[in-house]
Write a protein that binds this ligand. Structure first.
Ligand code: SF4
Ligand code: SF4
Length: 407
């Protein structure tokens, strides 16, 4: 049986990160009484966690037990939204007979995948203002990290990433790609882009950032690649210069407070009110008042952007403020007062069926059968022209890369 030091070392030498970019060994070195395997995933066009849950449930349970051992946690919780019966059956079967492991069917709202939100929903514990999950004795690791931890314990490096590739591609798919595969190669693996003038989001249509170029490699943080027309609202929105965003914030914000009513971290008890940030930003970034510094509590989930009827982006403003505060060496002291959930934690949520429509991606969502994309297993890798790729599933069309070679 591996001890704490062995597990932490296995994670370190395998190079396991977490999808939030924080090396897993840092979380494993801490002490917790509950570890949550986070398999919640409700952002449209993202399927990676569900794919790992469906195909690698046994490894996830093994990784969860290793994480519980490392953190000395007595409880392990596998959290996911019960939408695909096969996933539920796979997890139930894998968890059966494992002492201390529970299954939590998470409420179906975006972003239940947010660490603070799932920790609160699954355990009832609320993180104090500006504190971390360690303050409530909870460690949250995403299911891909736990899958990698299980493999690392067997001496395998964490050199792949499960990636959903969707949007304007010929064959949307979930692939397990070697880290370092370029964005362009990943898109080619799905038959190429269907639109000549396209841009790529690394991440889903809410959380994603525009890829610099197609030669950019995927990393362990790349859960999704979404190809969209260059004139798509989600691309145009992200291409606005900051100066224009600030000007819009000054002139168009109606102080309606919707962004605060729906703010994920506000509802989770953190001290952040995006509508106040938008008001104060009109004056100066340099005035370090409480509203400005509260932006450190923003998790960049993007809900405020979705609900703002004026098309403003409190999320981007918060991101810029955080960068500004980091550059100034600012840090916010964590509160030692117990966190309190805000009224509306369960209620103030954008209905799932409206999410895709508000994001302008409903046609891509409708084009995908979740059962089909999830049930396609991940085939072993092989090499074509020095590039590691997955063999085709039966009946699939050859990817453009191979078609060109044959021609
Ligand atoms: S939702 Fe938009 S308009 Fe309303 S307060 Fe927030 S940023 Fe301003
Ligand atoms: S992105 Fe918006 S909704 Fe999400 S935590 Fe930040 S301010 Fe709140």
């Amino acid at each position: 049986m591996l001890n704490k030091a062995d597990i932490v070392e296995a994670a370190r030498s395998a190079g396991i990160g977490a999808s939030d970019g924080l090396p897993a060994e840092i979380k494993l070195e801490s002490k917790a009484d509950i570890v949550i395997a986070n398999g919640c995933e409700l952002e449209p066009l993202v399927f990676s966690s569900r794919h790992v849950l469906l195909h690698n449930a046994a490894e996830i349970i093994n990784g969860l037990e290793l994480a519980m051992q490392a953190t000395q946690a007595a409880r392990g919780i596998v959290a996911y939204v019960k939408r695909i019966p096969e996933i539920d059956a796979a997890v139930q079967a894998a968890a059966c007979g494992h002492a201390g492991i529970e299954i939590f069917h998470a409420p179906p709202f975006y972003p239940i995948e947010d660490d603070f939100t799932i920790a609160c929903a699954a355990t009832g514990r609320v993180v104090p203002n500006s504190a971390t999950l360690a303050a409530i004795g909870v460690c949250v690791l995403d299911v891909e990290t736990l899958y990698n931890l299980s493999r690392a314990a067997g001496g395998n490096p964490a050199n792949e990433r499960t990636v959903s590739i969707t949007g304007e591609v010929a064959q949307p798919a979930v692939l397990r790609l070697p880290l370092g595969t370029t964005v362009g190669e990943a898109i080619e693996r799905c038959g190429g882009a269907k639109n000549d003038d396209f841009r790529v989001l690394l991440g889903g249509p809410i959380s994603g950032r525009i890829a610099d170029d197609l030669s950019q490699p995927i990393s362990r943080c790349t859960a999704a690649i979404v190809v969209l027309p260059a004139n798509h609202v989600q691309i145009q929105r992200r291409m606005r210069p900051l100066s224009v965003m600030l000007l819009h914030a000054r002139t168009a914000c109606t102080a309606c407070e919707e962004c605060t009513r729906y703010c994920t971290r506000y509802l989770s008890g953190q001290d952040i009110e995006p509508h106040q940030i938008m008001r104060v930003i009109s004056y100066s970034l340099d005035s370090l008042n409480k509203s400005i510094t509260s932006a450190v509590n923003c998790h960049e989930c993007g809900v405020c952007d979705i609900v703002c009827r004026m098309g403003l982006s409190p999320r981007v403003i918060c991101r810029e403020i955080k960068a500004h505060l980091r550059a100034m060496g600012w840090s916010t002291p964590a509160s030692d007062i117990d966190g309190q959930l805000r009224t509306g934690f369960m209620k103030n949520r954008v209905p799932l069926e409206e999410l895709a429509e508000r994001l302008g991606v409903q046609k891509y969502v409708q084009a995908i059968d979740p059962q089909q994309i999830l049930n396609a297993g991940v085939a072993p890798l092989r090499t074509v022209d020095g590039v590691m790729i997955h063999p085709l599933q039966t009946g699939e069309e050859a990817p453009a890369q191979e078609r060109r070679k044959e021609e």
